[in-house]
Design a protein around this ligand. Sequence first.
Ligand code: ATP
Length: 343
Amino acid sequence: MADKKPIDDKVKGKSIAVLTSGGDAPGMNAAVRAVVRAGIGKGFKMIGVYRGYNGLLNGDVKELKLRSVSDIIGRGGTILYTARSEEYKTPEGIMKAAEFCRSLNIVGLVVIGGDGSFRGARALAAQGIPCVGIPGTIDNDIACTDYTVGFDTAMNTALDMIDRIRDTAQSHDRCSVIEVMGRHCGDIALQTGIAVGATAIIVPEVPYNIEEDVIARIYEQKATGKKHFIVVVAEGVGKKGHGNIADSLANYIEKRTGIETRATILGHVQRGGCPTLRDRVMATAMGVAAVDILYDSIDSKEQVSRVVASRGGKIVDFDITEALDMQNDFDKHLYDVALRVSI
Ligand code: ATP
């Protein structure tokens, strides 16, 4: 088997480690599997690091063989667990982690997570441990990439949930305000809003006026015979007054229109579940690309601090600093498309 017989001398006795960090996302397991299989295929010893960067501080690691990652491609969550580590962020924590990597002959680390996790990877790379990030977050909020692992599953889960809410809103001639995840990024709200035929979609990237963008649209649609309404709002939209954004919008809509209005916060249901085909395929392609970058950088004198990305349907990579400096591009065209059909 490939994990018993190194393919070339370049990788002999060398290890690659993999960890998941920050919020979990469906498809992280598919990425772990791809990294492990591609790494073993190249002849590396593969090491799983548990609970994010904490595992490098606590020595919580285990060798992962080909069959260690069997049957995980379709599983939600992460078999490596994930965490946020304050200790790791300190200079002492990063030095300790780098020392630990050296003690295990780890010549590269793959970090599956979000922007914060990539900052952690860059800090470790500065200590001489080559690091490659894979964007893993449901939020799709990483500027350098069109796509983050977990986004597609989260959107489809939200879609399924909103379809169900729509059935009951329709039966009762109600308005439903649904808050979806995405923090400061409105992509989940925009795409699910379009897919469920929302009357209004409210995202952090586009300033909104509740009278014009919500109330007036409800009245216009009511005048043409519509009796139930869906408003999708991203969690990162700043709320006015007390409580959460969904409740405050629902209260306002009910008061202004007299239409019975309910608020639903979808919450963590969007983070769980079996990854979709797209997440599994993207995670696999990105995992293999990450291993290739580390393989190519063996014995490099340069600091290796890269992040894998998907741009225009192609897998590419960027320096982490360059990637972190990019600005997230909201799809204003798609937002206008939504406005044109929700009339
Ligand atoms: P999500 O998008 O789900 O929040 P994330 O990767 O952005 O994921 P963070 O909590 O920001 O999540 O970061 C995860 C971990 O990465 C932190 O707990 C910390 O251990 C490490 N980290 C974050 N920022 C830095 C930094 N500036 N230097 C070193 N390590 C960092």
